[in-house]
Design a protein around this ligand. Sequence first.
Ligand code: ADP
Length: 568
Amino acid sequence: MQTQAKTHPTRQAINNAAIRELRSVVGAEHLCTTAEDLDRYSRCTIPWQSVCAAVVFPASAEDVAEVVKIAARYQIPVWPSSTGRNWGYGTTLAITDGALVMILERMNRVIEVNEELAYAVIEPGVTYEQFNRHLRSNGYKLWIDCTDGSGLGSVIGNALERGVGETPYGDHFGNLCGLEVVLADGERVHIGGELRGLHTWHTHKTGVGPYLEGLFTQSNFGIVTRAGIWLMPQPESYNSFVYQINDERHLPQVLDAFRRLALTGIVNTKLHMINDFVSMSILTQRIAEQVPRNGPLSDSNLAALRHKYGIAPWNCAGGIYGTRRQVSLQRSLLRQALGAYGRLIFLSDRLLPYLERIIDWSWKSPVMRRITELGARTSLPVLESAPYVHKILQGIPTEYFVKHAYYRNRHPRPLDAVHPARDGCGLIWFAPILPLSNAHVWPFLEACKERFAAHGFDFYVAMLLMNPRSVICLMAIIYDREDPGETTHSRELYSELLALMRARKLQQYRAGLQSWGELFSDAPEILRLNARLKAALDPANILAPGRYGVAAALELAQPATPADNTTP
Ligand code: ADP
């Protein structure tokens, strides 16, 4: 794998006295200050450059509080992350150089699992992979909800970003209940509960009095050091389904059908609907195909690749859960609602091992492969993705889907240990959320698609049902970071997409670092309100100043503009 070309801007060193104090709290081995370490934690996939001054790994809430107090004394901004895999939005980057990056991966205990009430209490370093393994290996009949991102991502980190997963428990913040937070002055608070313990801390989400939990998401008001999280009781029966739409003229009817199914509760997963390029970016790389090395795939390139891999223009995936009778009824209701517009295929736990065996044999025998592909009416690589889809919809994470970030990378992607930031991939997430109606969705997607093409990029859109009324139209700008032209265009495209979104009175559901300076440009009153809260909770601006446009003083809320930050 190549190393990412870096030019280090001026690095603002943390003074030696502060380093000594920090080491005395966490131990010398848990404070990184070498150039190599700082480079590792300053890598990201977005076209933004900032270099941190040190990286600290606390082991407990007490450590976190001590570190924050030291940082306040020496006026060092602290940028906390749980596991720091926020690829496409900023990874562990601070807006500017000289931050103390705090990674909470050592705080990785599953503190409690309550099977009767279907919740757990975990620390921020607990990853999806670890959490799922913990529950299954200890025989708990509870499922986590993960994302299709890295299994090494943090359960709490994603929830604090208000991320969205797959199952009926896919609203990750909605399923957090009871937070422990360290404030900027080092005070520890149990949001929704109290320090002496409260039996409903993890069962009743709002506590009493003003509802404060939301303040600690997409913000910089505190550092979350533990949280309760609700889990899905393992259902008696479960099916995943994929749905292929070959004729794009049916998209409006499909969208109407999905809304009705969601509003009536027949579908309650975070349904995913992806265009052909999303599938392509998971299955292959630009360097592996006979396609132009610059510019987007033409319609004929796309059609040829669709044919080669047996991909429909649009694909959907979801899950149905319940008793055997409920699942069987849901299958027939889905068939009734969607059957006319596409091909609906269900997969059950019973069928899964057979499918996996057939896939395995087909890779080994060309004759078997031909028979399998004819029978399945798709290619073996596409068929191979079905077990991953099935597992992810029951909380079993995989690195399989993260491969999309390597589509324009000049080097072959790794077979495992996928890490787009380390490997110099170019990926920016643009995450607008829209009302789930045809009048909003399709004209907006058309306009965005036209902008992608104008800048030489392939149009990538994954629509995720946030709730029955709103859909996230998640777009990835996948670019070659080694190409300065593509990097400049990625930045320009992102700005144009933001402008287009605002012109249509829309916003993102979650925002990358480059857009924080503009988040409230149409709502200065919200900017002022956030600044007043920040000034009350963190008057010295120690915690991630400027994150999501929030800082104690308004002028600090604006991150450097891309023009000030031109190193890829
Ligand atoms: P993931 O690895 O799951 O993508 P991260 O650890 O990168 O999640 O967290 C995503 C973002 O959420 C971080 O950039 C950080 O700003 C914020 N965040 C994560 N964990 C915490 C925490 N424990 N307290 C406060 N903010 C956090």
